[in-house]
Design a protein around this ligand. Structure first.
Ligand code: 5GP
Ligand code: MG
Length: 192
């Protein structure tokens, strides 16, 4: 799996240092207030689990399901798959946590939907931010790292379902995409 990586953009040590910093910012912002971390599945599960263990104040945890990519690297139709129960949203201070802020469509849509469902406040925290790719006006309240305009994998982020378990963030080798895209255009699955 590591052989598929062209270059490492963020090492495990750099990632943990960045999460320490953002966890301190979140802690300062919510100290003395009840709040719920809402992790956007699947990509943010690794970041969210490291983040919450560095926040030493009371919080609750919930999940929301959204997917915007098919099997490739190009954003497709955004789908929301499931939401927390109404009593986990209504009147609550929510911190939406996602793996990467790209076009901004996912977090803008989820924030609006959670507000619509009665959240008291909605803020957002992202592991990675690719500002060059934004297509809607949206900025995260907290972010660990800014990255260049590259498709990245690892630390929760996948390509065709794989690479989420890499402990670092890296760019895939060109030929990995090429092979997967060829398989997809022939109607197969990239993992086959
Ligand atoms: P947005 O709605 O902001 O365009 O997209 C956010 C979602 O797209 C992320 O939660 C993530 O699932 C996916 N995404 C965007 N850029 C990348 C990337 O470079 N690598 C991977 N693996 N997923 C990405
Ligand atoms: Mg995602």
């Amino acid at each position: 799996m590591q052989d598929d990586i062209e270059r490492i953009l963020l090492s495990e040590a750099e990632i943990l240092a960045g999460i320490d910093r953002v966890a301190a910012e979140v802690t300062a912002a919510y100290r003395g207030r009840e709040f719920t971390v809402v992790s956007v599945l699947k990509g943010s599960c690794v970041f969210a689990s490291d983040l919450i263990r560095r926040i030493p104040i009371p919080l609750e945890l919930a999940f929301v399901g959204a997917s915007s990519y098919g099997d490739g690297t190009v954003a497709g139709e955004l789908q929301t798959n499931f939401f927390p129960a109404d009593q986990e949203i209504s009147g609550r201070n929510l911190l939406l946590v996602d793996d990467i802020l790209d076009t901004g469509r996912t977090l803008q849509r989820l924030s609006r939907e959670l507000e619509h469902r009665g959240a008291r406040s909605v803020r957002t925290c992202v592991f990675l931010d690719k500002p060059a790719r934004r297509s809607v006006e949206f900025e995260a309240d907290f972010r660990a790292f800014e990255v260049e305009n590259l498709f990245v994998v690892g630390y929760g982020l996948d390509f065709a379902g794989r690479y989420r378990n890499l402990p670092f963030v890296g760019a895939l080798r060109e030929e990995i995409y090429a092979t997967a895209m060829r398989t997809l255009s022939e109607g197969g699955s990239p993992g086959a």
